[in-house]
Design a protein around this ligand. Structure first.
Ligand SMILES: Cc1cc2nc3c(=O)[nH]c(=O)nc-3n(C[C@H](O)[C@H](O)[C@H](O)COP(=O)(O)OP(=O)(O)OC[C@H]3O[C@@H](n4cnc5c(N)ncnc54)[C@H](O)[C@@H]3O)c2cc1C
Length: 390
């Protein structure tokens, strides 16, 4: 049984970034992924803000990008819509299959051992090491990073908590949507405010999906949404399902010899469901802290608590809290009617900045409560969440 410095479970963006960071620093890393090919099948709408890559100082490769967007439309399916077009609403629609695969290969190129088609089934944390039983044998290391996604087996096994996620159902449809440079986000689903819908434009196709707290009838509601959007005749290229955390996060994302990162920790932004940027960030942060812990010979939970403290103080931690508050506010039963009347008065508006939004308040004769809600949406999107949430 070979001993590694760090075992990383899961070669999604979080795990591959962590492995890359660790291997770059010369540590012996084993990256274990249960899929045969990282990124396949895709479980994502693939939108990511440009700022995320700038913040992480990452070079964006051309083959990662399927399309670019310059605006975000927010509204209700059958109500009004506001199109935000500002310097902060620019980003990419990725090709996640290429992106995830490339990141895993980069981790390998830096020296990580990549074990594909291998599921981690059991974990034990001892005094000297942590070991895992996988479908391809047993491995041990000084420290382990759990990047095993929203259903994290490891977080559950350690009793760190259970995530309360949204159920997501998505089609990739052939052909472009009507707005080819805009992410369309609807704050409701065909059955009300129990979910949200999206249309993200790719080069020659689109990801169209629904996220909801209610699993029952999810496909039917997506089919209904597609009908309303007049897209029923489009060919379905792919069907994607998955869980999107964001309704809670782990209270404790560390343990003796263990760090939990990305979706596994519930770090996905509650407002947008965006989890790629924070997964990349978590990978780097956890990688750096793991290097420090191993070098100092301090792999106990007392030292590893540092990861959570730094995360809470990071822009991603703050955007999580802001996104959580705003999402709860928007979906409160008491606010449903205000939201509806607000968007019916909005009609269809393009908002290019804060000033524009305030002008609209005056022009449209919003009530005090509607103005307050619009103000919260605008400041929430512009000032608090957008850069670190999508
Ligand atoms: C339908 C949908 C749409 C989304 N759209 C967006 C979007 O537009 N923008 C955005 O930013 N985010 C989006 N997200 C969220 C985003 O996909 C995730 O936040 C992101 O992938 C998190 O990365 P991760 O590395 O933490 O986890 P994951 O990408 O889930 O990677 C976890 C990896 O661990 C592996 N694994 C799990 N268990 C084991 C095990 N026992 N042994 C070995 N390997 C294991 C899995 O196979 C997987 O490869 C969406 C999610 C869904 C479901």
């Amino acid at each position: 049984m070979k001993k590694y410095d760090v075992i990383v479970v899961g070669a999604g963006p979080a795990g591959s970034m962590a492995s890359r960071t660790l291997a770059k620093k010369g540590l012996r890393v084993l990256l274990i992924e249960r899929k045969r090919i990282p990124g396949m099948p895709k479980q994502c709408a693939e939108g990511i803000n440009k700022k995320a890559f700038e913040f992480l100082d990452m070079q964006v490769k051309k083959n990662w990008i399927s399309n670019e967007y310059d605006s975000i439309l927010v509204g209700l399916i059958k109500g009004g819509k506001a199109l935000f077009r500002t310097p902060r609403t620019k980003g990419y629609v990725l090709d996640r299959k290429v992106f995830d695969y490339d990141l895993a290969m980069e981790a390998k190129a830096e020296g990580s051992r990549l074990l594909l088609d291998t599921a981690v089934n059991k974990l034990s944390v001892g005094d000297d090491e942590v070991s895992v039983v996988t479908s391809k044998g047993q491995f041990s290391s000084t420290l382990l990073i759990a990047a095993d996604g929203p259903q994290s087996h490891i977080a559950r096994q350690l009793g760190l908590g259970r995530l309360n996620s949204y159920f997501a159902f998505q089609y990739e449809l052939e052909g472009r949507p009507n707005l080819h440079s805009t992410l369309q986000v609807f704050l409701d689903s065909p059955s009300g405010l129990d979910g949200y819908c999206w249309i993200f434009p790719k080069k020659n196709s689109m990801n169209i999906g629904i996220g909801s707290t209610v699993l029952s009838g999810l496909k039917d509601r997506l089919d209904e949404f597609i009908k309303i959007m007049d897209l029923s005749s489009r060919k379905i290229l792919e069907l994607n399902t998955g869980l999107i955390p964001g309704r809670n996060k782990l209270k404790k994302a560390f343990y003796d010899r263990i760090l939990v990162i990305g979706d596994a920790a519930g770090h996905t932004n509650p407002l947008t469901g965006g989890g790629i940027p924070v997964a990349l960030y978590d990978g780097v942060l956890a990688g750096e802290i793991a290097v420090e812990a191993i070098k100092a010979g301090k792999v106990n939970s007392k030292f590893l608590h540092k990861y959570q403290r730094q995360w809470d103080r990071s822009p991603f931690g703050k955007a999580w809290e802001d996104g959580f508050r705003l999402k709860n506010d928007l979906t409160k039963q008491a606010n449903t009617e205000i939201l509806k009347s607000l968007f019916s008065k909005v009609g269809f508006e393009t908002i290019t900045g804060r000033k524009g939004a305030v002008k609209k308040l005056i022009e449209k004769g919003f009530t005090f409560r509607e103005s307050r809600m619009l103000f919260r949406i605008v400041t929430g999107i512009f000032d608090k969440v957008i850069d670190y949430a999508m």
